[in-house]
Design a protein around this ligand. Structure first.
Ligand code: PHE
Length: 503
């Protein structure tokens, strides 16, 4: 490694922090370099890899107060209690013991230590062999043991390497008293600058510090940029991936589809999710015994009917059309039953009935419900888009042209049409688009021109082109899914894998 401009700013900060001592514990290095723990740990790995530093585990001893040490500190060490007793006038051992100031097993050691501390003098009665105790001049001085214990009380923990010579002696003495002091062996990594590391800082590190890392508005406006040395930036270095909160990809597709409709001159309409059977089926010339109306296909809302669902003339004219066209007894009770709408065509037809437009471009997007078994192809609840165009001379050709435009805007170029059947359109078509990935044609949506049996009872004179398609189908194509349930699985890994904008 010869060129230090190839070092990352974190690496440079670390080397700079290490320079004065040549070595530091990780904790001290974090402080000295003024970086986060994480940055320091990463930087250390990089520098180790480059051979600019080395790290090794160093062990050290930490001391703290033991439980007995704590107790004794509170009530006074035995030697301290002894001196206090003497000062209070208890001059003989008998009186000290009698007054319960020290226990008999403490007293000999206490005398020895108090003497060593020069806290007491011993003397003898002239008349007998009895020893008498006298407080000496140093009796009020704290002993080294007391000082160390008190310091530990305040600091909680100390490393033995931080102790002064006196404290070290005190520690030796305290070690002899069980449970006064607790000692723990610990390890930490110490980082050492290698020779290569020293060399690399030595040469040009001084002017490195004056290198400018960021281009600020000040540097530009003051014209200072002409004099400043900019450090180089690795513009192709990878960055951490960001996963901010975002809209669900399906909602992105819905937004995109709305944009497309608007760009084609369409206006959005909305309608209720629950509908009377009348608007979901009857107004669309779907006979009351049609299989789609059965419970196996449609969710009915039990216990609720809608009594005033349409005007009496609308009901009259539509029931007439059913009687004539399908030859059966139309039953108003069937029309009153409430359903979870099975298609957005119910919204379309209501809009047409209410507004009777001569020409219009309208779309709606919303949830629809089908009583189906959930599988890789089917959900019981999905989103449908519906478009209608009415104009005096609208034709099937216009409808197919519109589909081509619509799908082209979604990036789908290959499309074809297939005849099919819906009770409410004639002719009816199904659009198929070519899926390059699957290498096959897939069914997209249904469409057609509303039959006179649909338009005439509602007073619509011009042809109405209509089409509907499931949004989930479009999303599956876009995201390359072959199971529609994946869209609703909330699989975070998948959700995160989808770029918010396609590059
Ligand atoms: N309603 C049809 C469906 O749900 C789609 C369609 C809409 C067909 C409009 C013709 C006209 O599949």
């Amino acid at each position: 490694m010869s060129n230090n401009s190839e070092l990352h700013p974190i690496e440079k900060s670390l080397l700079r922090a290490l320079l004065p001592n040549g070595r530091l514990s990780i904790e001290k290095l974090i402080e000295a370099a003024n970086l986060s723990t994480d940055q320091v740990r990463r930087g250390i790995e990089w520098l180790k890899f480059k051979g600019l530093i080395s790290s090794n585990d160093k062990s050290f001893t930490v001391i703290s107060l033991g439980s007995r040490g704590q107790e004794r500190l509170k009530e006074g060490l035995p030697e301290r209690r002894l001196v206090n007793a003497v000062k209070e006038g208890n001059k003989t051992l008998t009186s000290i013991l009698k007054n319960g100031l020290l226990k008999s097993d403490e007293i000999n050691a206490a005398i020895a230590v108090a003497k060593r501390n020069r806290w007491i003098d011993l003397s003898q009665f002239q008349t007998s062999d009895k020893v008498i105790l006298l407080a000496a001049s140093a009796a009020d001085n704290l002993s080294e043991e007391e000082k160390l214990l008190q310091k530990l009380l305040v600091q909680n923990k100390m490393e033995t390497s931080e102790l002064s010579a006196e404290e070290r002696k005190a520690l030796d003495l305290l070690r002899r008293r069980p449970d006064y002091i607790v000692e723990e062996e610990k390890k930490h990594s110490e980082i050492t600058l290698s020779d290569a590391g020293k060399k690399i800082i030595g040469s040009s590190f001084a002017d490195e510090a004056t290198m400018e890392r960021s281009l600020t508005p000040e540097i530009i406006t003051t014209g200072n940029w002409k004099n400043v040395n900019f450090s180089s930036i690795d513009v192709i270095a990878s960055t951490p991936a960001l996963y901010p909160g975002r809209q669900h990809p399906l909602m992105d597709i819905i937004d995109e589809v709305k944009e497309i409709f608007v760009s084609l001159g369409f206006t959005e309409i909305d309608g209720p999710i629950t509908q009377s059977g009348f608007w979901n089926f009857d107004a669309l010339f779907t006979p009351q015994d049609h299989p789609a109306r059965e419970m196996q296909d449609t969710f009915y809302i039990s216990g609720i009917t809608q009594d005033s669902f349409a005007t009496s003339s609308q009901i009259q004219r539509i029931s007439d059309v059913h009687k004539e066209g399908w030859s059966y007894d139309w039953n108003i009770d069937e029309a009153k039953r409430m359903v979870l709408r099975t298609h957005t065509t119910s919204v379309t037809i209501r809009y047409l009935a209410d507004n009777k437009p001569e020409s219009a471009r309208i779309f709606s997007i919303g949830r629809v419900f089908r009583n189906e078994k959930v599988s890789y192809k089917h959900l019981v609840e999905f989103n449908q888009i519906e478009g209608i165009l009415t104009a005096r001379r609208a034709t099937l050709r216009d409808l197919m042209g519109l589909q081509q435009e619509f799908y082209a805007k979604l990036g789908i170029k290959k499309i074809k049409f297939w005849p099919t059947f819906f009770p409410y359109t004639e002719p009816s078509l199904q659009s198929m688009i070519y899926n390059n990935e699957l290498d096959k044609w897939v069914e997209m949506g249904g469409m057609g021109i509303f039959r006179p049996e649909v338009t005439q009872p509602l007073g619509l004179d011009n042809p109405v082109l209509a089409w509907g398609v499931g949004i989930e189908r479009i999303a599956m194509l876009r995201f390359g899914l072959d199971d529609v349930r994946d869209l609703y699985g909330n699989n975070l890994r998948w959700l995160r894998s989808l770029p918010k904008c396609q590059l």
